[in-house]
Design a protein around this ligand. Structure first.
Ligand code: M6R
Length: 590
């Protein structure tokens, strides 16, 4: 979703802003813009464009280098995709310029209460911030105007602010949306995502909610919302280097799928040598129930995790869709332990659940790929997926890492060395299968000729089917439904006609015969069925057959061909695989 970069240093503003915005492209956006200091005029100039940063680069090629500036990529929420709605936004009198990530929930009230008679230029909820600053600064210092404005804003924001009257100052503020301040060689860099920082960054600070800062002539003063100064503590920066690069691969998604076996092995090795925090293990054992909260692919990983955790801990494990949980919290047991599962650690729907969780005074574990993220900082315990940056919007390696992490936690609790070895067996089967991934292409060509498709299975296979369906629909735009095979005759069979593509997953011995019956039923109605199975449950006509693995971990392997099916379906349609339309990598607004 939206991204922010800022620079205050010697003379690299234009270069860094454009490079930083390029590094934020993976998050998904529809327009971009920068404001940069014109040293001759001692004023900021802004350039905005719809579409790619590449276009912004061309349109800013005439601008000279500068010591101060800020940039933004916008993913439309309030107001359509247009140059006018792209950031930066100006105050009504042109004095303050703002870039903003997040949503100001009370912007209409603020307009009505404080900005009567002021013409609104665009449809966004950001313009109101710049205009409030201008209005208040008529009567007070800029610092007081910022405090007053921040006091009034309800919702989420990461903000950078420039003042045309004082072009040697940059302000930043944060609540709920991430903002990071970093230094290198005496220059300051600001970004909404660690991945946007330059590789030579030395130290960084992840801002806390209700804090803001002022950079004046490169000198930092940091504040709490109400104005008291505080110290920001900085930590050493580790460059992610090639991990965040596509290398020889055609797409990040392909690279990330291929990384999966190694990630499983790394996680096994790490937890075999480091174990898990015993305080977490005790908390898990003492809790009366576990409440997993997640969205999208991470929710699917949570559904699989439930099976593993329930068998291990012999207590109820409930899995909630974050956006539902936040506003319709269900009845939970007396001593719950909450678990956030989130690749990015920034998903707004999960952040919105936190106030309720706090009221329960219960322990919170976050399982994430970004240990510096907002959801990590809210938690009592954090499990780092160590999967390396996931850039493709379609989540692949994070899903298998999330399930592996939960399986390893279970193995640790029950001292089950065999389970860890089973993960290693799966990693080598994955590697072998992925080596020859091109073999999926002809299967896809033959099968996915329609605008719709189905995945079916039972038990864990059904859960894998849900994830498989999400993957296929989000990058190939083929309308796909994953359903419990037992539900076929309760409705879905009405949609089966000549050539309907159905992919059946068979990894569960107790139900494989029943799912086979369902395959016969759809084939009898003309459907084209493709079966993915394990050897002991297979039939000679199955398209993909894996060697048997521990059935509790079967989703880890079964999901891999489905990821490749989605990838090749999108490739054959000539689609933008890593950045599918309308989607964002990190969903930072509700
Ligand atoms: O970063 P998170 O794991 O919290 O993200 C949750 C979903 O937005 C994410 O999994 C989404 O469904 C992916 N695009 C799926 O591939």
């Amino acid at each position: 979703m939206c991204g922010i970069v800022g620079y205050f240093g010697s003379d690299k503003a234009r270069q860094y802003l454009l490079e930083g915005l390029e590094r934020l492209e993976y998050r998904g956006y529809d327009s971009a813009g920068i404001s940069i200091l014109d040293h001759e005029k001692n004023r900021f100039v802004s350039v905005k464009t719809v579409g790619r940063v590449e276009t912004l680069k061309k349109r800013t090629s005439h601008l000279k280098e500068a010591m101060l500036g800020m940039g933004h990529t916008r993913w439309a929420t309030h107001g359509g995709v247009s140059e006018t709605n792209a950031h930066p936004h100006y105050a009504y009198n042109g004095r303050f310029i703002v870039v903003h990530n997040g949503v100001i929930d009370n912007y209409k009230t603020l307009k009505a209460d404080h900005l009567k008679g002021i013409d609104v230029v665009n449809d966004t909820n950001t313009e109101v911030i710049a205009s409030l600053l201008a209005r208040f600064a008529e009567k007070m210092t800029v610092e007081d105007a910022i405090k007053q404005t921040l006091d009034l804003l309800e919702g989420s924001f990461a903000l950078l602010i420039l003042d045309q009257d004082h072009p040697s100052v940059l302000y930043g503020a944060k609540n709920k949306s991430p903002l990071i301040l970093a230094t290198s060689n005496g220059d300051w860099y600001i970004a909404s995502d660690l991945l946007a920082l330059p590789s030579n960054t030395e130290r960084f600070h992840v801002m806390s909610d209700h804090t803001w800062f002022k950079l004046e002539n490169k000198t930092l003063t940091s504040y709490q919302a109400h104005g008291a100064t505080i110290d920001f503590d900085f930590e050493a920066f580790k460059d992610l280097g090639p991990l965040a690069e596509r290398g020889e691969h055609a797409h990040f998604m392909l690279k990330e799928m291929l990384e999966q076996p190694q990630i499983l092995e790394t996680l096994v090795a790490h937890h075999q040598s480091h174990g898990f925090d015993e305080a977490l293990v005790t908390a898990l054992k003492e809790a009366s129930s576990l409440e997993i909260i997640a969205a999208g692919t991470s929710w699917h990983a949570g559904l699989v995790g439930k099976h593993l955790l329930e068998k291990t801990l012999m207590k109820p494990v409930n899995v909630h869709i974050a956006s539902e949980f936040a506003y319709h919290p269900p009845f939970v047991s007396e001593h719950p332990l909450f678990i956030f599962i989130s690749q990015s650690g920034e998903t707004a729907d999960l952040i919105a659940c936190h106030p309720y969780i706090k009221t329960k005074e219960a322990p919170l574990l976050t399982i994430t790929n970004v240990p510096t993220s907002s959801l990590s900082r809210m938690a009592d315990y954090v499990l780092d997926l160590k999967a390396g940056p996931e850039i493709a919007v379609a989540s692949t390696k994070a899903y298998t890492a999330q399930i592996t992490m939960i399986a390893l936690l279970c193995a640790h609790i029950t001292h089950d060395q065999a389970l860890s070895n089973d993960i290693l067996t799966i990693a080598s089967s994955m590697r072998e299968f992925l080596q020859d991934h091109i073999k999926i292409q002809p299967l896809v060509k033959e099968l996915l000729t329609n605008h719709h498709a189905f995945y079916m299975g039972r038990g864990l296979d059904y859960l894998t089917g849900l994830e498989a369906a999400l993957k296929l629909k989000e990058i190939s735009y083929i309308q796909t439904e994953g359903f419990a095979a037992g539900e076929l005759k309760h409705g879905t069979i009405a949609l089966i006609e000549e050539d309907t593509p159905i992919i059946a997953l068979i990894g569960e011995a107790s139900t494989s015969a029943l799912t086979r019956n369902n395959i016969h039923e759809v084939e009898a109605r003309g459907a084209k069925a493709l079966v993915i199975s394990f050897k002991s449950l297979s039939e000679p006509t199955d398209a993909i057959i894996f060697e048997d693995v521990n059935p509790m971990l079967s989703p880890l392997l079964l999901v891999v061909p489905t990821q490749l099916i989605a990838y090749y379906a999108a490739l054959m349609r000539g689609l933008d695989i890593d950045k599918p339309r309308n989607l964002a990598k990190s969903v930072t607004v509700e």
